[in-house]
Design a protein around this ligand. Structure first.
Ligand code: KIV
Length: 279
């Protein structure tokens, strides 16, 4: 076997080995340019099906297709070199049977070239996770709030805020771990429960609205940059790039209207006789 790349990408086993160690840094990305910016800081880049809302203005992740995920997965792979790229399996591409899940996951991994996939669901997906892992597909689980189930759960409410509700969520975490997932996203779960699950299971937990005690954290990039109009409580804004984009676009519009753009430095003069090249 020959070695193709100088820079070795992180793998699912590398992330699995980080249990209880240095926190795992992850963010979502759907584009080559943002993936390039994230790559030196993030261990995991998730091509999340949140792209349905963020890129396409959809109301939920339900309409997102496998083709959409593969297209953006390819872009993120082209933009990154070091981080493990995980691509979300969209609603309807894996729930019907473990065979359906394998065919969809194999397409994602072959066509996008990513290192792992993520799917939503605990106990109900355990058999599928095991089937995929046994056949060479690294799986990141996703428990707690599972947004693809919005039409059955009815709202994006935090889970496990009454101790009486902890049992099924803990069972989900155990089921995903025993099935062979290399890590698990815990979304919008009461802090003490996310902390307890992290202490109890053997694989890294990646919190989003979980706990600082989780083995890693993930946020949707556009949420933490201040680009999303509405964000859940668990988002901390690390930037406010919306106004910067608005100001840049306003300056551009004013220049275009005043015929101040393009300037002499932005246009191509005629070639001087005897010289060549376009720079
Ligand atoms: O789709 C997504 O962006 C996600 C993260 C929020 C974990 O699943």
């Amino acid at each position: 076997m020959s070695v193709q790349n100088e820079i070795r990408r992180l793998t699912a086993p590398d992330i699995r080995a980080r249990k209880g160690g240095e926190p795992i840094v992850s963010l979502t990305s759907y584009h080559a340019h943002t993936a390039r910016l994230l790559d030196e800081h993030c261990d995991v880049i998730l091509v999340g099906d949140s792209l349905g809302m963020v890129m396409h203005g959809l109301e939920s992740t339900v309409p997102v297709t496998l083709d959409m995920m593969i297209l953006q997965g390819k872009a993120v792979m082209r933009g990154s070199r070091r981080a493990l790229v995980v691509v979300d399996m969209p609603f309807g591409s894996y729930e019907a049977s473990k065979e359906q899940a394998f065919m969809s996951a194999a397409r994602v991994m072959k066509e996008a070239g990513c290192g792992a996939i993520k799917l939503e669901g605990g106990r109900r997906m355990a058999e599928t996770i095991r089937f995929l892992v046994e056949r060479g597909v690294p799986v990141m689980g996703h428990i707690g709030l599972t947004p693809q189930s919005i039409n059955t759960i009815g709202s994006f409410r935090a889970q496990g805020r009454d101790e009486a509700d902890w049992g099924p969520i803990e069972d989900d975490a155990r089921a995903v771990t025993e099935a062979g997932a290399f890590s698990v996203v815990i979304e919008a779960v009461a802090e003490p429960l996310a902390r307890k699950i992290t202490a109890d299971i053997a694989i890294p937990t990646i919190g989003i609205g979980g706990s600082a005690a989780c083995d890693g954290q993930i946020l949707v990039l556009e949420d933490m940059l201040g680009l999303s109009p509405r964000v859940p409580k668990f988002v901390r804004r690390y930037g406010d790039i919306g106004p910067a984009i608005g100001a840049a676009v306003a300056a551009y519009a004013a220049d275009v209207r005043a015929r101040a753009f393009p300037g002499p430095e932005n246009v191509y003069p005629m070639r001087t006789k005897g010289k060549s090249g376009a720079s």
